[in-house]
Design a protein around this ligand. Structure first.
Ligand SMILES: [Zn+2]
Length: 222
């Protein structure tokens, strides 16, 4: 369901619960002078349903804020991150797990979009103890780093990918992993995912001593 619909339903149900409560409040005594009991069901049902609609919205917003704060740190500038909703996953299927649009001037926007499944993998990994990380979670963390590198200004895929490979450790740490866990995740991407990436994402220079090696102290080959 689209976020707008969920928000409208939550607000509508909340309003209904409020109206019923107010109506009871102004007419607590009936024509015969008897005190009317509080309409527990008429208020409780819509209030509970409103909460059920609001919880995924709140969690979604919290996750986006967390990802944006990590991506901003990596990009070196304030950026925003949006997770696609389940509805968008059905309606707007596209092959990439995340993307940053480039403006007419060729400069990447400071806004990234990440697919529903990738955000789910990020959310489950952030909530976990960061042990038993799945390959999908490794890739999801890397997608966040990769999109942050575009927002940092790198337009070329191989450059963004290599800069990301060297910063996955930082991303993992910012998302709550220990140093060892971040190291394992970074090595996992470099050794088993990077070699399978399409050619335009790879470069022989993305190696220790290569021209793309930024010699960061937490790079995967340090
Ligand atoms: Zn890219």
């Amino acid at each position: 369901m689209r976020r707008g619909v969920l928000l409208t339903v939550a607000l509508g149900l909340g309003l209904l619960a409020l109206v019923v409560t107010l109506r009871w409040g102004v007419a607590r005594v009936d024509a015969l002078g008897r005190v009317r009991p509080f309409p527990v069901m008429a208020v409780g049902m819509p209030a509970a349903a409103a909460m059920l609609c609001a919880i995924p919205l709140i969690r979604h917003t919290q996750l986006e804020a967390r990802l944006a704060s990590v991506a901003s740190e990596l990009a070196g500038t304030q950026v925003t991150v949006r997770c696609e909703t389940v509805g968008e996953a059905w309606l707007e299927a596209h092959p990439e797990r995340g993307f940053v649009r480039f403006g007419a001037d060729g400069v990447p926007e400071r806004h990234a979009v990440i697919t529903y499944d990738t955000c789910q993998d990020l959310a489950s990994w952030v909530r976990s103890d960061h042990r038993g990380t799945t390959e999908d979670q490794v890739i999801a963390v890397h997608v966040l780093t990769h999109e942050a590198m575009h927002m940092r200004g790198l337009v070329n895929e191989a450059s963004a990918e290599c800069a990301a490979v060297q910063r996955d450790h930082r991303t993992a740490r910012l998302l709550g992993a220990s140093d060892d866990q971040a190291h394992d995740l970074t090595r996992g991407y470099l050794l088993s995912v990077y070699p399978r990436m399409p050619e335009e994402y790879r470069s022989v220079e993305c190696a220790p001593g290569g021209s793309m090696d930024e010699q960061l102290e937490d790079s995967p080959w340090a």
